[in-house]
Design a protein around this ligand. Sequence first.
Ligand code: ADP
Length: 256
Amino acid sequence: MPATAIEVKDVSFFYNGHPILAKVNLTVGELDFLAIMGPNGSGKTTLFKIILGILNPAQGSVRIFGKTPREAAGLLGYVPQDTGLNKDFPISVFDVALMGRLGRTGLSRRFTSEDRELARKVLEQVGMWDFRDRQIGKLSGGQRQRVFIARALSVEPKILLMDEPTASVDAQFQTDLYSLLKELNSSITVVVVSHDVSVLSGYINSVACLNRTLFYHGSGEVTEEMLHSAYQCPVDLIAHGGVPHRVLRKHDHKDS
Ligand code: ADP
């Protein structure tokens, strides 16, 4: 039995009295690769922020390897959809990776040789070391995304949460990105918010649909009817190399 990486129990959350999440339950095992999908505004980013301890749930609880999100801060790496970094800001790839170290140790200190070594390691991991001196704004969207993954990895997390960019990115970029996440998944639990799951085939091993409540399907339990009634997602069940994967067919949501 793998350890439980993330346990979300009966979590509800409101913005200005409006229910955003209602009794969400989710268990993610260590080294799982979970995709969370759902229409725009369905609460995916909010759920990530609750898992990260940035927002507190009105009800329910979250545990990360048995700890509260605050206690577990160093165990979580986060790649937000909006990185908040001005693309024109003259900062190098290496410095972006290095900045991630501040999340672990606080803002008011100097970088050590260990920080620099880790920044090198994570840039190598995502295939961006050769670009270390390049200004972040002078990269392609896909390359920039890799650097932000490196920044998230620089805290040496056990779990990587990634809010996939909504901006339309080409299929090759998506495939490369998922290949990278799959590689990382050999040593780290990965949860990705995905908007286009048609390219997820062969990478993820579970999928959850969020639409204020969460429809999560433990291994082997998902059925087309369940997903369709929850979320209007047509789903295919396919096996890759003996491991069953649940893959949603390409589809459109009126509101996404
Ligand atoms: P998703 O990531 O699935 O697109 P979000 O979690 O970002 O959804 O948002 C869920 C809902 O909460 C949306 O209706 C959004 O408008 C609302 N919301 C998000 N952030 C705030 C905020 N800071 N204040 C008020 N409402 C918010």
